[in-house]
Design a protein around this ligand. Structure first.
Ligand SMILES: Nc1ncnc2c1ncn2[C@@H]1O[C@H](COP(=O)(O)OP(=O)(O)OP(=O)(O)O)[C@@H](O)[C@H]1O
Length: 299
């Protein structure tokens, strides 16, 4: 488990992480989201002890990860694909990493298979695409079969094939009982892999919860198709319901579909389709951000 406890970080007198606390539990994928500059990478770097917290601490399985007898077994870290050594081959780098951690070099070939780099292992890293570099970076993080895994923006630059691979990979690591903490801007993808979501905005946690809890923040809404859409929108608005044209129909917010349908019907509309819509993680993300901004403006 990764336990972030009340961490604070300032740069040049500006607080970029402001009393952040949350947990990434064993057996779950925790998605870490927030706008650019929210402080996600800084928190992950504090977990990896690359950045020192001004206040607070991050415990990994109950202690700062650097204090564990074999730190790389405690926490696997992927922060960037840019720092890999271009002149080495993929397999060469993994063998080097294995030797430096006292792991049998045979693990290097296993890792190539684990991250799907077969066929490219003997090529220089300089020739790797971004997606291949991401896979190699994740392989390094997995070197010592860590019980916790931190991945900063691992989805960036991946093609659809690699995204599908990553989805299966992180889910598999979590289902084996490990904690996975993963930052990303790809809401649709995160909606497929995350069990829990932690949202940061301007250095503060603005929302945490299971994926199901998180998506209920998006507006409750329903989708209506009627013969005269303009009349349907007007009828709903006349009843004080927020209604907006969408696709071939109308989205009505914070209303049960039955009531929305009744309003349109009473106004003489002919209904063709009526359904309730589940908000996506992206909808909820923007709804939470809007709420956080409104509170922030009052601060
Ligand atoms: N070493 C540093 N020196 C000065 N400022 C920094 C440093 N590292 C981060 N910051 C600042 O801290 C803030 C938070 O940055 P951070 O990279 O943690 O955000 P993020 O949520 O990961 O953003 P993104 O989604 O764009 O990666 C930013 O304003 C950034 O400019």
């Amino acid at each position: 488990m990764i336990d972030v406890q009340d961490v604070v970080k300032s740069y040049g007198g500006r607080r970029v992480v402001d009393r952040v606390s949350f947990r990434a539990e064993d057996g779950l994928v925790t998605g870490f989201v927030g706008p650019n500059g929210a402080g996600k990478s800084t928190v992950l770097r504090m977990a990896a002890q690359i950045t020192r917290a001004d206040e607070g601490r991050v415990l990994v399985d109950g202690e700062p990860f650097g204090q564990a007898p074999l730190p790389a077994r405690r926490l696997g870290i992927f922060l960037s694909a840019e720092t890999l050594p271009d002149r080495m081959t993929g397999i060469g780098f993994l063998r080097y990493a294995a030797r430096s951690q006292g792991v049998p070099v045979a693990r290097a070939a296993e890792l190539i298979g684990l991250v799907g780099l077969e066929g490219a292992e003997s090529k220089r890293i300089a020739s790797y695409s971004l997606g291949m570099r991401q896979r190699l970076g994740i392989a390094v993080a997995m070197l010592c079969e860590p019980s916790n895994l931190v991945l900063d923006e691992p989805i960036n630059g991946l093609d659809p094939d690699a995204i599908r691979w990553l989805r299966g990979f992180v889910t598999g690591v979590a289902r084996a009982g490990n904690a996975v903490l993963l930052s990303s801007h790809h809401m649709a993808e995160l909606g497929l892999v995350a069990d829990r979501v932690v949202m940061l905005d301007r250095g503060r946690v603005v929302r945490t919860g299971s994926l199901d809890e998180f998506v209920t923040v998006g507006q409750r809404r329903c989708y209506i198709e009627a013969l005269d859409l303009d009349a349907a929108v007007a009828a709903l608005r006349a009843e004080g319901v927020r209604a907006e044209p969408s696709r071939q129909g109308v989205l009505a917010f914070d209303i049960e579909p039955e009531r929305a349908g009744a309003i349109v019907y009473r106004a003489g509309g002919t209904l063709r389709h009526l359904s309730s819509e589940t908000p996506s993680l992206e909808d909820s993300y923007f709804a939470s951000l809007g709420a956080a901004e409104a509170t922030g403006e009052q601060r």
